[in-house]
Write a protein that binds this ligand. Sequence first.
Ligand code: TYD
Length: 217
Amino acid sequence: MNAICQRGLFLTFEGVDGVGKTTQAQRLRDYLSVRGLTVVITHEPGGTPLGEAVRRLLLEPSAPHIGKRAEALLYSADRAEHVADVIRPALERGECVISDRYTDSSVGYQVGGRELSSLDIERLSEWATDGLQPNRTYLLDMDPAAARRRFVVSRETDRLELEPEPFQNRARRAFLDLAKRHRDRIVVIDASRRVDEVWSAIRTDVNALLATRKMGS
Ligand code: TYD
């Protein structure tokens, strides 16, 4: 198993919908680029042509009904392609990859939300990614109901965002439980604060990480 890629730097953002992952991922991309690192910013589901097709299938409210096992397999198929075509090649070139969601989202949503077996989902993720794990994961945590209120009113809501509050609360709990089991990788950030404060917490951690890996100085 190839757990952590020794070349490059793989960073992920996780959390329930509306916590501000995309904004923080973009800030981090800009910050690392200014420090001279080559950065690839990407997301799941999506990030490859196959992934974008899978994303439409999974998330458009008009998509056909998808059972929870099929849903888990589709997220995994998307991820397998994403790792093989985008993430691993960039890491092997020594670049920095920032992904908006990765395997932990399957624990949050398919294990927490859909109540599938955590062992099954972890095995599926391990197989799909050939064991590739991030160097660091920023779990942006806040109450899902408060996060939901932040959605831009006009923004089209996708299928999982239409799931009721207990689903989102279970997802949040599953993310937090996972963080407790992976304290060395997952940093929990209180995302209910202002964007600048959240960013400052991430920047502090990433600076420490870069120093240990002697990158970006
Ligand atoms: P996301 O791209 O974060 O949504 P948006 O672009 O609308 O901010 O994620 C789409 C949805 O997919 C989100 O509700 C979480 C869900 N999801 C899973 O259920 N399992 C997974 O493994 C991943 C990656 C996402």
